[in-house]
Design a protein around this ligand. Structure first.
Ligand SMILES: Cc1ncc(COP(=O)(O)O)c(C=O)c1O
Length: 405
């Protein structure tokens, strides 16, 4: 049986076979606990962890390996960054600032901090999904404890001007965190150059294993103190207790090594495939609108609204394709995408939104088949809608991308 074509690489990516190879010894004979200091099993596990930590630190431009704290994934990293920092600065930090486009791992953590008494302020975005650095800078106050802005958005792929946002925060002495789960391995990320204080990322978004991620925590200039979420054996400098999953950490480093080596060529390849897919769809269909900034976006991302075709019906109507209407983590919630709503799009266009995530497994053949299946489903569903039009549907939606892409 042929499985659906996988076009949901923002949700997760398949494990690269080269990563599996690197992990295998640590699932077999190298089973030691990296914290065992009294024998060779422990020493070898620790050496593997520290080598991986060095590689991962270098890959994101960190100055020191100990700026990398291993976690279970970007969700935990986001929780540790936001809760850890604000709780440690409770006396001075009154306010947390996040963008209107945050993943639930940040947005819901912020809500929980709101219930603890911190004020949470959401930064608006423009119609393309971008945060304005000047407006951010002007809005910072003495009690602002932390600013968190997602690097590359997981639904619409929009890439924020993070270096500029971080600079505005630094000018006001406010720490800056970014959820870079969709960015690391796909975009040039350099925490020193870009002035980032805290950075969350995760292996399973870059063809590594699930269940491992990291939080980059800047050491010095200024010193950041975090309150841990987990207490126990004091691993990871007391920031994250628990025995380290050595095989996952080794896989994380291998995945990042491969992603960096192939990044530029892969970005170019995916961007070309993305343009081909959009062009094909527009040749077949009218009313195909691109959601989010057309230029500042992840190379493998398309978020589209096809006029008259609800996104969930379209996704269900393409059984040969693995597509989604939005974040896998938020898809248990039936409400329309808060990300598309934050762009100020009309309600119909929000309901029509769906996401395509191209990745390493996608070639031209897959893209052409996808375009064919989406177009056929849209024509069928659009025709059904014409038979019973919804009340009050406006005849003139913004059907094409004004930037002409
Ligand atoms: C931007 C962003 N942040 C956080 C997460 C959660 O990452 P993890 O599954 O590693 O906890 C995801 C993935 O769903 C994501 O896209």
């Amino acid at each position: 049986v042929q499985r659906p074509i996988y076009l949901d690489h923002h949700a997760t990516t398949p494990l690269d076979p080269r990563v599996l190879e690197a992990m295998l010894p640590y699932l077999r004979e190298e089973f030691g606990n990296a914290a065992s200091r009294t024998h060779e099993y422990g020493w070898r596990a620790e050496a593997a962890v520290e080598q991986a930590r060095e590689e991962i630190a270098a890959a994101i431009g960190a100055r020191e390996p100990r700026e990398i704290v291993f976690t279970s994934g970007a969700t935990e990293s986001d929780n540790l960054a936001l809760k850890g920092l604000l709780r440690a600065r409770r006396e001075r930090a009154r306010e947390l600032v996040i963008s209107a486009l945050e993943h639930p791992a940040v947005a819901d953590t912020a809500e929980a901090l709101g219930a603890e008494g911190f004020a949470v302020r959401k930064l608006p975005v423009d119609g393309g999904g971008l945060v304005d650095p000047a407006a951010l800078g002007e809005s910072l106050v003495d009690g602002t404890g932390l600013v968190s802005v997602i690097w590359a958005q997981s639904e619409i792929g929009v890439v924020q001007p993070v270096a500029e946002l971080a600079r505005r925060c630094r000018e006001r002495g406010v720490p800056f965190h970014s959820d870079a789960a969709q960015a690391v391995g796909k975009l040039p990320v350099d925490v020193e150059r870009d002035g980032i204080d805290l950075l969350s990322f995760s292996a399973h978004k870059l063809y590594g294993p699930k269940g491992i991620g990291a939080l980059y925590v800047r050491r010095g200039r200024p010193a950041l103190r975090l309150e841990p979420l987990l207490h126990g054996g004091g691993h990871e400098w007391g920031l994250r207790s628990g025995s380290l999953p050595v095989m996952l950490i080794v896989g994380f480093a291998a995945a990042l090594r491969i992603a960096l080596a192939e990044r530029e060529a892969e970005a170019e390849r995916l961007a070309a495939l993305r343009e081909l897919l959009l062009r094909r769809l527009r040749e077949r269909l009218g009313g195909v609108a691109l959601n989010g900034d057309p230029l500042r976006r992840l190379p493998g991302n398309l978020n589209l609204s096809i006029e008259g075709v609800p996104g969930d019906a379209l996704v269900a109507g393409c059984p040969g394709l693995a597509l989604s209407t939005g974040s896998a983590c938020a898809s248990a919630r039936p409400e329309p995408s808060p990300v598309l709503r934050a762009l100020g799009l009309p309600a119909e266009r929000v309901r029509e939104g769906f996401r395509i995530g191209l990745g390493r497994g996608t070639g031209e053949a897959e893209v052409l088949r996808a375009a064919e299946q989406i177009a056929a489903a849209a024509e069928r569903l659009g025709a059904e809608r014409v038979v019973s039009p919804p009340p009050g549907r406006a005849a003139s939606l913004p059907v094409s991308n004004p930037a002409g892409e």
